[in-house]
Design a protein around this ligand. Structure first.
Ligand SMILES: O=C(O)CCC(=O)C(=O)O
Ligand SMILES: [Fe+2]
Length: 146
């Protein structure tokens, strides 16, 4: 993965009862993601142990990660087509005892195009639309080799 266009590290903390509703990190294609592409992958670091609760649960995938200080979870949010993978729905379970700190690094799509060949489900450039309007990209959607 090329992290050069990744987002700034985002740090979050949860106190007792703190949680995060189930969501996907993928933002889909909006005016916000046009410059760097969607969030192709997530690197989530656990900065603390949590005495009880606070796991990150992926209900569609049927897995959950327990926060362990110094460990990290990495997953791909998108298929090579750029479409979100529904198995990445996830949420943070409530903290029952202790305090939880995490740091997220969201890696964006466009930088990966030199190294990741688009395979199945590859929509043509013309398929990208926002509010019914075709989008023009600052970088090519079709991968090029250096
Ligand atoms: O804190 C967690 O376990 C998950 C956080 C998360 O999914 C997010 O910030 O996008
Ligand atoms: Fe998330």
């Amino acid at each position: 993965m090329r992290p050069s266009s990744a987002e700034e590290l985002q740090v979050a903390s949860y106190a007792f009862g703190g949680h995060y509703e189930v969501h996907m990190d993928a933002l889909r294609l909006t005016s916000e993601t046009m410059d760097r592409g969607d969030r192709i992958a997530t690197f989530m670091f656990y900065l603390t142990d949590v005495e009880k609760g606070g796991s990150t649960a992926f209900p569609m995938a049927g897995v959950a990660a327990r926060p362990v200080k110094g460990s990290a979870v990495f997953w791909n949010n998108l298929f090579s087509s750029g479409n979100p993978d529904e198995r990445t729905w996830h949420g943070a379970c409530p903290v029952i005892m202790g305090e939880k700190w995490v740091a997220n690094k969201w890696i964006r799509y466009f930088d990966q195009m030199q190294t990741h060949q688009c395979k199945s489900q590859q929509p043509s450039q013309m398929d990208f639309k926002v509010n019914g309007k075709k989008l023009k990209f600052k970088q090519p959607v079709v991968p090029t080799r250096r």
